[in-house]
Design a protein around this ligand. Structure first.
Ligand SMILES: *[C@@H]1O[C@H](CO)[C@@H](O)[C@H](O)[C@H]1NC(C)=O
Ligand SMILES: *[C@@H]1O[C@H](CO)[C@@H](O)[C@H](O)[C@H]1NC(C)=O
Length: 767
């Protein structure tokens, strides 16, 4: 460490300080990486060293400058290490020099830990520090000069929000100096500066509006008419210069959408001004051309356009409170309903969300049209429209909540009884969306949106007209949620579980007709439900499997569990099967309960025959159940119906199947079914002997080895006299040889086992 006193005499401070202050904000982007944080960090260190090297009197002339620069770095630097270094240097100066304005207060507010969180720095610590007059303008000026044009979009956006929050500290300065300074930049050459300046002018104007509004004054009393004109002209100028196109357009569109939203919320006096037509064009063009925008920023843009639309309608299409401009209403509603049928999926998404964002007076008189458009959109099951179904499901709840619910019939403005059931039907149907594409289970997006929407609609109906909720609807919803909360993907299971519990616990008023409400409350008590981590299989499944005890939920819970137990994710399989088998152990001796469970099991299988998403995991689950002798009490009956039915369903399931995974699981199940006594056992053996001559060599081989093991496990299956011959044949035959050769061995086995030989059927499917 070099000594400042030796190297730098107090006289030398005056040329050095400006350099250090410059270094404190040095930030440049070269290619993909930023340079400058080392420089800034070092500059903080120098300021720290100043505190120790000089007498307060020597440093006095520079105190305000250094204090401001350090504060600015401590709260606005992009790099956390620099913020912390600046905070430390500031603290050192306060401690040793004692001359920093409001030093102690700032040290407390912006300490090492506080400056760790960038959002907190920009949005809240900055406001506190700027309340001390020495710092207000330097902080604002710094944001305008260095941060709203920053190369990092996050910093630009935070800076504009910081300016919003700082506006009440210096309203006049913002209105008369900053805003006029920003408007030319908003139309400048540099893309980043333009982006930041548009957002900043939007934010500052809105903040000024709020200040004016507190005194019941219009915003135009604070913002000069030149500035108002400047704000108004931004859109047209960008349009004329074609700056909504291409890469730059991806930044300009959301920025101007934010501007539209903020201008509308600020009640700018633009009604019937041509700018409104221009703004509406931008919103609609953006929603229509989402597919031309690169995938990354798309979501933000969609949301920005939709929020802008809502604010624009509210302010400019409402000539009287609660009444829509009839022409605009007609044009927009039909345009978005038409957009729901676009061939572009993203246009469908944008149109659905646009409908979802419309204010109440825009829906008035058009509710049924909108709801039925959204319902249709939800039900278009083409793989390529998955995102559109998701957004339509989301919008449906938004529209219902905006319109409100009424028990009276016949208005086209409020959701009535018939609409409630139609909405539930559509959303419940979305819960069965298991669309797969190259991205995986994309149907889950639809299911997730439908769950949220069901919750929102339910809370809304319950709040105003609970009598419209029939037991059927509530039952359907709760069962469907129970199913989802037993499924395999952590995130969606967690979402389902939290919606389920939220509806169960909702109590002003309570959701009516929830089946087994009391028992559910015992499983998910009101206190402690928040502590349950649905994401963790180890916590979720022990709770969910308790629903198997409740007749109304048994089927759906089992259906959900099937894909978890028979799935592929290790921890999900482990905890779900453990919980399931714990349940089965409990009901082992309870014939009625076991009977009911096995009925539900058959039911799940029957309903999902050849639906591979469920049936393959089902076979795996069944194999495990049989291996653990879960149905031991049935096996001693002659030809127990459960076994007869399972056998028939398994046969049906593998008919003509070429899926080796499925066939292997079925072989395992057949081997497990051998436990059952009676004629049915011969039939099971017959199936296995058929599979010994399956067209796929690997299946023949698997069957032989599984039957071999099965005969070792269940030694009462065959006559001890032929045991050795059978076992030798199974193990010594090369089952991968051609079918004709293998068949003679198989037929010999049939004789030994006393099973009828399968006949060759002309062109028969299975040997
Ligand atoms: C105003 O504009 C900003 C963008 O600068 C945006 O984030 C915000 O949502 C808009 N609306 C309001 C109410 O501030
Ligand atoms: C809503 O309910 C009304 C009145 O029962 C009915 O005429 C209309 O078709 C329903 N619309 C939808 C979309 O459910």
């Amino acid at each position: 460490m070099f000594s400042f006193q030796k190297e730098l005499s107090p006289k030398a401070l005056s040329p050095v300080v400006p350099l250090i202050l410059k270094a404190l904000v040095y930030d440049e982007k070269r290619g993909a990486c930023s340079v400058g944080s080392n420089v800034r960090d070092a500059a903080c260190y120098v300021c720290w060293a100043f505190a120790r090297a000089y007498e307060p009197t020597e440093l006095k002339p520079f105190v305000t400058q250094i204090a401001c620069a350090l504060v600015i770095t401590a709260v606005f630097d992009r790099n956390v290490n620099c913020r912390r270094a600046a905070s430390a240097a500031f603290q050192e100066n306060v401690g040793r020099q004692g001359t920093f304005p409001y030093g102690i207060d700032i040290v407390v507010a912006a300490d090492y830990y506080a400056v760790g969180n960038l959002n907190n720095c920009y949005l809240s610590i900055s406001v506190y520090i700027a309340s001390f007059p020495e710092y207000t303008r330097p902080m604002i000026d710094h944001l305008v000069a260095m941060k709203i044009n920053h190369w990092d979009r996050v910093i630009r956006q935070l800076a504009t929000k910081a300016l919003h929050n700082l506006t009440p500290q210096a309203p006049d300065y913002m209105a008369t100096t900053v805003l006029p300074q920003l408007l030319p930049i908003a139309l400048g050459i540099d893309l980043h500066s333009r982006h930041g300046a548009i957002l900043a002018s939007a934010e500052i104007s809105h903040a000024l509006y709020k200040l004016a509004n507190q005194n019941n004054r219009p915003v135009t009393e604070l913002i000069s008419s030149d500035c108002v004109d400047g704000l108004k002209s931004i859109h047209q100028r960008l349009f004329d210069r074609k700056q909504y196109r291409g890469f730059g357009g991806e930044l300009m569109r959301p920025a101007v959408c934010s501007l539209i939203e903020n201008m509308s919320l600020s009640k700018m006096p633009f009604r019937d001004d041509p700018v409104i037509t221009g703004w509406q064009w931008l919103i609609d063009d953006t929603l229509k051309s989402l597919h031309l925008i690169s995938a990354g920023p798309r979501d933000g843009i969609k949301e920005a356009a939709v929020s802008a639309l809502a604010a624009l309608c509210e302010q400019y299409y409402q000539p009287q409170p609660g009444v829509a401009d009839p022409q605009m209403q007609e044009v927009l509603v039909s345009q978005y309903i038409a957009g729901l049928k676009s061939t572009e999926v993203l246009t469908r998404c944008g149109s659905a969300l646009a409908l979802g964002s419309l204010p109440r007076f825009m829906i008035h008189g058009k509710l049924h049209q909108i709801l039925s458009g959204l319902q249709q959109s939800c039900s278009q099951r083409e793989v390529c429209f998955t995102e559109a179904r998701r957004d339509a499901a989301k919008a449906m709840a938004q529209v219902c909540v905006t319109a409100g619910v009424s028990a009276q019939r016949g208005s086209d403005s409020m959701v009535c009884e018939g609409n409630v059931s139609a909405v539930y039907r559509a959303l419940l149907d979305c819960m069965t969306d298991y669309t797969l594409d190259s991205r995986g289970d994309v149907g889950a997006w639809v299911r997730e949106a439908a769950m949220t929407s069901l919750m929102e609609v339910t809370l809304c109906v319950v709040g105003t007209a609970p009598q419209l909720l029939s037991p059927d609807l509530v039952n359907g919803m709760m069962c469907s949620l129970a199913q989802q909360s037993a499924e395999k993907i952590d995130r969606y299971r967690a979402h389902a579980g939290s919606v389920f519990v939220r509806l169960l616990h909702s109590n002003n008023p309570a959701v009516p007709h929830i089946p087994h409400r009391e028992e559910l409350l015992a499983i998910f008590p009101t206190d402690g439900a928040e502590g349950l981590n649905w994401n963790a299989p180890s916590q979720a499944f022990p709770h969910v499997t308790q629903l198997l005890r409740l007749p109304q939920y048994q089927y759906h819970t089992l259906l959900g569990l099937t894909v978890s137990v028979g799935g592929l994710t290790e921890s999900t399989v482990r905890f779900s099967s453990q919980s399931l088998f714990d349940h089965l152990m409990l009901i082992q001796q309870d014939t009625a309960a076991l009977g009911q469970f096995s009925e539900a099991l058959l039911h799940v299988f029957r309903d999902n025959l050849r639906n591979d998403r469920v049936s393959i995991p089902f076979l795996k689950m069944l194999d495990q159940m049989l291996a653990r002798a879960c149905f031991d009490t049935f096996t001693t009956d002659q030809d127990h119906q459960f076994c007869v039915d399972l056998l028939a369903l398994c046969k049906e399931e593998i008919k003509r199947s070429k899926d080796t995974q499925k066939l292997r699981s079925a072989i395992a199940v057949f081997c497990g079914l051998i436990q059952f006594q009676g004629e049915v056992r011969k039939k099971v053996l017959f199936q296995l002997l058929l599979l010994l001559c399956h067209p796929f060599p690997v299946i023949r081989k698997t069957t032989a080895s599984q039957v071999y093991e099965m005969l070792l496990t269940y030694d009462d299956v065959i006559d001890p006299d032929v045991m050795d011959d059978v076992m030798t044949s199974l193990s010594d035959t090369n089952w991968e040889e051609d079918v004709a050769t293998v068949r003679t061995h198989r037929n010999q086995l049939c004789d030994w086992l006393g099973v009828q030989k399968p006949q060759l059927v002309a062109k028969g499917p299975v040997q």
